[in-house]
Every structure is written in structure tokens, then in C-alpha cells.
Design a protein around this ligand. Sequence first.
Ligand code: UDP
Length: 342
Amino acid sequence: MSVLVTGGAGYIGSHMAHELLDAGEDVVIIDNLSTGFRWAVPPGAQLVVGDFGDSNLVPRIFADNRIDSIIHFAAKTVVPESVADPLGYYLNNTAKARALLECAVKAGVKNFIFSSTAAVYGNPERNPVAEDDSLNPLSPYGRSKLMVEWMLSDAAQAHDMRYVILRYFNVAGADPQGRAGQSTARATHLIKVATQAALGLRPGMEVFGVDYPTPDGSGLRDYIHVSDLARAHSAALKHLRSGGDSCTCNCGYQTGYSVLEVIDLVKKISGVDFPVKISGRRPGDAAAVIAANQRIKSRLGWTPEYDDLELILRHAYEWERRLFEQPKKPKLFSYDRLVASS
Ligand code: UDP
């Protein structure tokens, strides 16, 4: 049987495609290459360039391949962008996911794994936050994902389909073998920004708030290595294929690091003391978001392998350095424009 990976040319999806191929799975990727890259698709995976919400194209993929499982990554994921363009987010993340689900139900696909987010908790009522704690997404992005969680749960009640919803905390790092990594030049995430500052691709960076009720005043987050996250999906796939119940699991290490700790460690790894400016809080940011992870360990048998912030940052830094240095790729990533405009 084959696995359909939506967004398999993107950051997390490409790691997943490698992980599945390494395990001997047949992999079909659907990606419209809006933020992903054709070169990020591993050799051995079949790439269909198109939209996962295309109700003409997707049934053809099901007709041509024996797909028993879908891992649905493709989405827009930038919180401030979702505030500026909520309807774009509800179309892409919610309405198109509904179309995909309908095609999956009609084709009799039994297993569905969905990329959700810690953003569904908003400002958690406690940390570590557990799956049954209250849900209060603060952005259209978080709400666009939560609606899919609800649709999936309702569809699984009504049809012969089971699901695993994985709520990602802060995903970072790169494939330890150097085959994949975060390649979006304009990504706004802390670790991407810090590694770019260390490489001189930005003149420096900002810390958004040091007046939070945390030990050093900056935000606390739970950073999970992208390869451990891919493994979580493999564990979910195994769980579903062996008849396990539908479930929702956090994906994180249950450990929080502050923004200032992350920046200090990037400076240590790179040996570059890049400029850091303390700025005001970024709208919509929570003080601390840390995953309770007992459920994923007990229900899916997930065991993290790279639970080490320094290792995560080394992998991220190494990937960023290679992206910058490889002669072909800087053109693709437009680093010149990035430096000029930052
Ligand atoms: N952050 C920061 N400077 C940056 C990017 C992020 O201080 O240039 C902070 C952000 O305010 C938050 C943490 O780093 O406290 C993680 O933010 P990121 O955007 O990486 O992920 P999020 O937690 O928002 O999904």
C-alpha cells in the first residue's frame, strides 16, 4: 500500500518522505510548490504537482495508486499572515482539507494523519499543556487548524476512517544526514532567524519581549527536532494500521527554552556574536507553551531521539550554512534580496 503525503516538498513533509522511503514505503506526494521545492522531494517518491484540495485531481491519484493512508501537511502556517488574510487561511487550511477528506472518504482511505498545532491552545491555562486542556486559538491560523480537527473527528464517527491528530509544538532542526531542512528564506521562526543572523544573512535580530513572567523574561517554547516529529508520524501510521483507535497527541519534549537561551546557544555554536535588539512583544505571542507528552509516548510508543537543543541548533545551523554556500541554491532562495531588504 502507498502513503499520500500532502506538502511533501515542504519542510516537514520532505523529512517525512525520507523517513517513509527509508522504511520501504511507497510514497506519493501532492504539492503545488507554492512554498515547497521540487528538489526537496526525495528520489523514489512520486510527485504530483497540484492542489490537495483539487476534487478532480485527487480522486485520480487514488484511482492510480493503492493508498491506504494520508499524511496531510500542506498548509499555510504563518500566524501574522493569517491575521492579515483570514479568508485565505480558511480556504487553504480548512475548506481544502474538507475537500481532501471528502475525496478520501469516497475512495475508502482508512487512515488519516493530520498536522495540527499547539496554536489551538492559545495561551495555555497551564504548562505543560495536555491534550484535554481547554482550546482557545488566538489566530485565524489556529482556528483554521482546529476546525479541521473537528471535521476529522466527525467524519471518522460517520465513516470507516480513523485518524491521528498531531499537535506540533516548535519544530526545528534538519535531517541529521543533511538531506532536508528548512529552506524558506523568509521564514520568521526564531531558530531560522537566529541562524541567518549568525551567517550574516541578516544584520541582526530582535527579541520580541523580555517582560514575560518567565525566568529571564523572554518567551518559553518547546523545540522539537523535525526528525523526531517525522518519527511521530511513523508511529501514528503504525498505530492506525494495526487497528489503533483515533487519537490526538501533542508533539514536544515537555521542556521549555527561552528565546534568550536559544540565541546564546546559536552564538556559541556559530562563534558569531551577532547584534540582538530587545523589542516589544509580538502581538498574539504566548509567554510559555510547553507540551505534555505522556500521551504520545504511551499510545503511540514514540521515543524521542534528538531531545537536545544544542543538537537541534547545530543541525539547523549546518543546513542554513549549506543552503547559503551551495552555488545553485542561493539563487533559488534569493539570499541577495533577503540581505538587501532586512
Ligand atoms: N521570536 C523572537 N524573535 C524572532 C522570532 C521569534 O524573539 O525574530 C520569539 C517569539 O516571540 C516567540 C519565540 O521566539 O517567543 C518563538 O517564536 P517562533 O516564531 O519561532 O514560533 P511560535 O512559537 O510563534 O510558533
